[in-house]
Structures are given as structure tokens and as C-alpha cells.
Design a protein around this ligand. Structure first.
Ligand code: AMP
Length: 399
């Protein structure tokens, strides 16, 4: 069965076509700069032995035109794999914010679309384009079942004492201000993989999952369910990120406004786009920061110290939240590729039963254990695969 996975941004559509249940990728691609003067399409047809790549620059007026291009490439004689678009049975859509309404994968209906629209104020950069992607896909693939997979869904199992903020309760009851958490599809995927790799039933696995990409978050997973997470109402709190501050005293916002004269939009920009690694070191890419730190650059060294100290503090607090932890799991761009960040994040945690094998930590590629044999808590690297998780969930719901 062919399952198309769609991840729509404000000016882009990322897609992968899967053969399910095998989970084999048949085609993948990216349509970008939608609505700009010149757009760009990159499409790959993947066979067992080769990648057949198509690239083109052309104006792409809107998401519907983008989706049409994807359909044409999927059925193309040279670059495609389908005879016609009706072969796509299911389309799985990444939707960022599902609020309290969606704790699992859901078939898209008019009511579901209205809910996604209602939740737009909580994710203004993501939910509106996600909805545009769904509507374009309904037109281009009218015979496929459209399914929504929500980034927030995995964290709907948080207990109330973990998801409530200590602010007047009306703000929660009337306006939904609470912790929602994000990156749920990634945390869920690595939780399921970890259960397989550790040979434990999903229902009894206890993990601390550490997703370190350009955005970053951690989750405390108890008995296979998320019981706490570092992102909140918005994707701003918690860990230090590429350009986002992570945790900060809310009083800083008043000081910026009242004493230094920053406006609210300026503060929003400052905390979302100019802070995090970029704020501390001048750049947001951990590769460059690591290289500079090795050469003695003090700002880069400090950025790494703040970044890894924050992770370490959350590891400690999540051990307290979970009790007995089976493993820490590192994933995403930094988590999968940076031995130095992994090492510094767990340095000194040996008294808590967390012992890194420094040689194994240097190994590259694939799912791998990097803790010593006697470490009570395992340490693993598990590459995330959000698209495959969306395909799996879409397939499971529909079968
Ligand atoms: P993601 O959002 O998961 O694609 O992660 C992107 C981030 O991963 C980039 O901004 C880089 O900072 C980081 N990254 C990728 N490769 C490496 C590497 N070899 N060492 C350190 N950081 C890396």
C-alpha cells in the first residue's frame, strides 16, 4: 500500500512516498519558496541501488500548485513510481498543534480541520500552513484517506501536575494555557525503537529521550508514555536551541520592555530568532561552534557549556520524575552526530548509574549503544525518523 507523508511549512512542502507496511521509501522531495518569484523543486526516486534526482527552479504560486507538481513527479515515467495518483491510498499529514483535542492519529474530517484552524493562535507559524497542505492534498488526491499526525499528541499523557502552569486557573480553563510539548512524533518513534532494541515491552519501558536538532526538547517517558517534556505552550522553553533561548526568567521580559524599551514584537524576535546558541556564540550551527571551541574560542566554549549543562539538569530532574530509568536516548542532528555534546551532557553522572563508554561514543551511524556494560542506565543513539513514524501511524489507523 502506498502512503504519502506530507509536512507543509509556510512556503514549503516536504514529502515522502512509502511502501507500507515495509516502510520502504520510494520517492522523497522538497518543494520550497512557494509564493516567491522563483520556487525550487527537488525530487528523488529511490531504488535499491540508486537515487534518481530531479531538480527544477520554477514559480510555484501556492501550495495547491506545489502539490500538483508532487503528483506529476510521482506519476512521471522517468522520476516517478506510480501509474496514476489513485495508487496513493493514504496521505499522512504532520500537524504541529493538536491541543487537547488530539491524543492520537486522526482521520481528517471537516470537524478536525475546524479544530486545527481553532488552534492556530497557539501555533501561528505552523497550523495554518499545515491546514493549507491538507486542503491542497484533498484536491490533488481526492481518492486517498487524509490522516493527521499531531506533534503534541504523544505528550497528551502528561499528568495534570506536570502540564499546568502555576498561574490563575481561568487562563487554563478558558484559554488553554498549559504545557503541550512538541517533537512528539520523534519522541514516540525513538521510544518504540528503544523498546525493540532494549527488548522490553513498550508498556514498561522508562526512558529519557533527548531530541537535539535546531529545535530541541527532552521527554520523560514512563511505562512507554510521556509524563513530562521541556517545550510548553509554545516551542520556546526548556533546552537551549539554535536560535531560541529555552528557559528564561519571565522577569527578563519585563526588564527588556520596561527598562530597556524593547517592544513586545522585538522581544518575541529576540527570544525566538536571536537567542540560544546564536545569542551566546554568534551562530546557530553546532558544527561551527564545536570547531571554534576546539580552537579556544571562549564564546563557543561557553555556548556549549550552557547548552550541555541545561541538558544535564533536565536529565537529573527527569530521573526524579520517573524513578528507575532504563536508558537515555540521544537523537536528531546534534544528538546523532556530536560525540562531544553527548559526552558533556552526561559528564559526572556516574553516581546516578550513567556511564558513557568514551570509545563507543565516537562510533558513527545507525542505532547504537554508547554506555559501558556496567552502566545501570543505558545510553543510546537512535536516529529519529519522523516521516516513517507518520507513515506507520497513518497505516496503522487505516488498516
Ligand atoms: P536537525 O534539526 O535535526 O536537522 O538538526 C540540525 C542541527 O544538527 C544543525 O543545526 C547542526 O547544528 C547539527 N549538526 C548536524 N551535524 C552535526 C555534527 N556532525 N556535529 C554537530 N552538530 C551537528
Amino acid at each position: 500500500m502506498k502512503v504519502l507523508v506530507i509536512n507543509t511549512g509556510s512556503s514549503s512542502i516536504k514529502y515522502q512516498l512509502f511502501e507500507m507496511p515495509e516502510g520502504r521509501v520510494l520517492c522523497s522531495g522538497l518543494v520550497e519558496r512557494i509564493g516567491e518569484e522563483m520556487g525550487k523543486i527537488t525530487h528523488k526516486q529511490l531504488t535499491e541501488s540508486a537515487e534518481n534526482v530531479f531538480k527544477e527552479e520554477m514559480a510555484i504560486a501556492d501550495h495547491k500548485v506545489g502539490m500538483q507538481q508532487i503528483e506529476m513527479l510521482l506519476v512521471d515515467k522517468v522520476y516517478g513510481v506510480l501509474r496514476n495518483a489513485d495508487e496513493v491510498s493514504l496521505v499522512g499529514h504532520r500537524v504541529v498543534h493538536g491541543g487537547e483535542d488530539f491524543s492520537s492519529t486522526t482521520q481528517i474530517t471537516e470537524a478536525v480541520k475546524n479544530k486545527i484552524k481553532e488552534l492556530a493562535p497557539l501555533a501561528p507559524l505552523h497550523n495554518p500552513p499545515n491546514l493549507v497542505g491538507i486542503e491542497a492534498s484533498e484536491k490533488i488526491f481526492p481518492n486517498a484517506t487524509q490522516i493527521g499526525v499531531f506533534d503534541t499528541a504523544f505528550h497528551q499523557s502528561l499528568p495534570e501536575y506536570a502540564y499546568r502552569y502555576a498561574i490563575p486557573k481561568d487562563l487554563y480553563e478558558e484559554h488553554g494555557i498549559r504545557v503541550y510539548g512538541f517533537h512528539g512524533t520523534s519522541h514516540r518513534y525513538i521510544t518504540k525503537r528503544a523498546a525493540k532494541l532494549l527488548n522490553k515491552p513498550l508498556e514498561s519501558i522508562n526512558l529519557i529521550t533527548i531530541h537535539l536538532g535546531n529545535g530541541a526538547s527532552m521527554a520523560a517517558v514512563k511505562n512507554g508514555k510521556s509524563i513530562d517534556t521541556t517545550l510548553g505552550l509554545t516551542p520556546l522553553p526548556g533546552l537551549v536551541m539554535g536560535t531560541r533561548s529555552g528557559d528564561i526568567d519571565p522577569g527578563v521580559l519585563f526588564y527588556l520592555n520596561e527598562t530597556l524599551g524593547y517592544t513586545l514584537p522585538e522581544i518575541k524576535d529576540l527570544l525566538n530568532k536571536e537567542s540560544g546558541l546564536k545569542g551566546l556564540s554568534g551562530e546557530n550551527d553546532m558544527r561551527g561552534i564545536t570547531e571554534r571551541a576546539e580552537k579556544g574560542d571562549k564564546d563557543a566554549q561557553l555556548a556549549i557549556a550552557v547548552y550541555t549543562y541545561r541538558i544535564k539538569k533536565y536529565i537529573g530532574s527527569y530521573i526524579a520524575a520517573i524513578g528507575k530509568v532504563d536508558a537515555l536516548i540521544f537523537t536528531a542532528g546534534v544528538g546523532e552526530n556530536s560525540p562531544v555534546i553527548r559526552a558533556l551532557s552526561v559528564e559526572g553522572l556516574e553516581p546516578l548509574g550513567i556511564e558513557l563508554d568514551t570509545a563507543k561514543n565516537q562510533n558513527r551511524g545507525g542505532e547504537r549503544k554508547i554506555s559501558t556494560e556496567k552502566s545501570k542506565v543505558g545510553i543510546w543513539v537512535i536516529p529519529t525518523n519522523e516521516e516513517l513514524e507518520i507513515a506507520n501511524q497513518t497505516y496503522e489507523l487505516a488498516k
